[in-house]
Design a protein around this ligand. Structure first.
Ligand code: FES
Ligand SMILES: [Fe+2]
Length: 343
């Protein structure tokens, strides 16, 4: 049986995904219905009526309340049943579980624990991904048929770009030329690559003259359960990072179930802001890399071990994979702590 980390924020979706009719999404194996209040706030309810289990998302909205489309029970945004069309009395147990949801920088986050224990100060910083006049962000989401921790392995071990992304993002040997460091700050893990004095990598094409030497970094930050930020940057060799450029990306994985993961991604740039051509070319490149390169290899690898315990399969260690291994241990430690009896 899978155990989920409860006291953490799961990305539920991009703000714009919650339209007039709301959004339904499976998160940690529960159907969740997200909709907007009249004041713009966000409600998250279990999308399951306690009577005969119809999805509330198939019902009607009545102001901020939702009316089940099957037999008409009405629920408040807190999940409290406020009307039974067949009697004055509302039977005990008629309320629907609700979740704390917070919208920040264009991302809707869902707290996996009780609403009272939600702590918005623990939402990782993805402020770069917010719509802003000085930047342009592309966003996407795909469903991956693999457990989310296998997605984390992939992202915390970017050595795969030399093989998986040969035809797209192209490592050009930067991984082999780079130094890898993994360290932990509080609950946050960093898995960083730094290559010194190398020819400009593909991401820097056009920014530096032929023959130039640059320093290049790929800094990945991880927060539980699987929210990652990648900073891709380069600067003239030996100069401070500020002399170069940096492109932030979000790679945020939310388990739909043990075997399926919502993979949210975003990529922000600070030039060519109004270029539809750059948008289209970049989207094609990123969607191609994530959907046609990462996703198939992660899904195929996971299919080989689906339902088995990762460590019991005795995965070989190559060193480059230590970020993912560390994240797995940090996550499992926190899940164990949550489940330990108190006192
Ligand atoms: S299933 Fe919702 S009121 Fe019957
Ligand atoms: Fe990748």
């Amino acid at each position: 049986m899978v155990h989920w980390l409860r006291n953490c924020w799961y990305m539920a979706g991009w703000s714009e995904e919650i339209g007039d009719t709301g959004l339904t999404r499976r998160i940690i194996d529960q159907p969740i219905y997200l909709y907007r209040l009249e004041d713009g706030g966000i409600v998250a309810l279990l999308d399951r009526c306690p009577h005969r289990f119809a999805p509330l998302s198939l019902g009607m909205r009545e102001g901020d309340n939702v009316v089940c489309g099957y037999h008409g029970l009405t629920f408040s945004p807190q999940g409290k049943c406020v009307r039974n069309p067949f009697a004055e009395r509302i039977p005990p147990g008629t309320d629907v579980p609700s979740f704390a949801a917070v919208e920040r920088h264009g991302i809707v986050w869902l707290w996996g624990g009780t609403p009272e224990s939600a702590d918005p100060s623990r939402i990782p910083d993805f402020s770069f991904a917010e719509e802003a006049p000085h930047s342009r962000t592309l966003r996407g989401c795909m469903l991956m048929r693999a457990n989310y921790e296998y997605g984390t392995d992939n992202l915390l071990d970017l050595s795969h770009i030399e093989f998986v992304h040969k035809r797209s993002l192209g490592g050009d040997g930067v991984i082999f030329a780079g130094e890898h460091s993994v360290y932990v700050e509080g609950d946050t893990l960093h898995s960083n690559w730094f290559a010194r004095g190398i020819p400009p990598p593909s991401v820097a094409y056009g920014r530096y003259p032929p023959g130039a030497k640059v320093d290049h970094w790929l800094d990945m930050r991880w927060d539980a359960p699987a929210s990652m930020r990648l900073l891709i940057g380069a600067c003239p060799h030996g100069e401070p990072r500020e002399a170069g450029f940096e492109l932030p990306q979000a790679h945020i994985l939310t388990p739909a179930s043990e075997h399926e993961t919502h993979y949210f991604w975003a990529s922000t740039r600070y030039d060519n802001l109004d270029s539809a051509e750059v948008d289209a070319a970049l989207r094609k490149l990123l969607v191609g890399a994530f959907e046609q390169e990462d996703k198939p290899i992660i899904e195929a690898a996971y299919a080989n071990v689906r339902g088995k315990d990762f460590w019991a399969e005795r995965p070989v260690s190559l060193g480059v994979d230590k970020g993912g291994a560390r994240a797995r241990r940090m996550l499992q430690g926190r899940i164990r702590n949550e489940q330990a009896p108190i006192g």
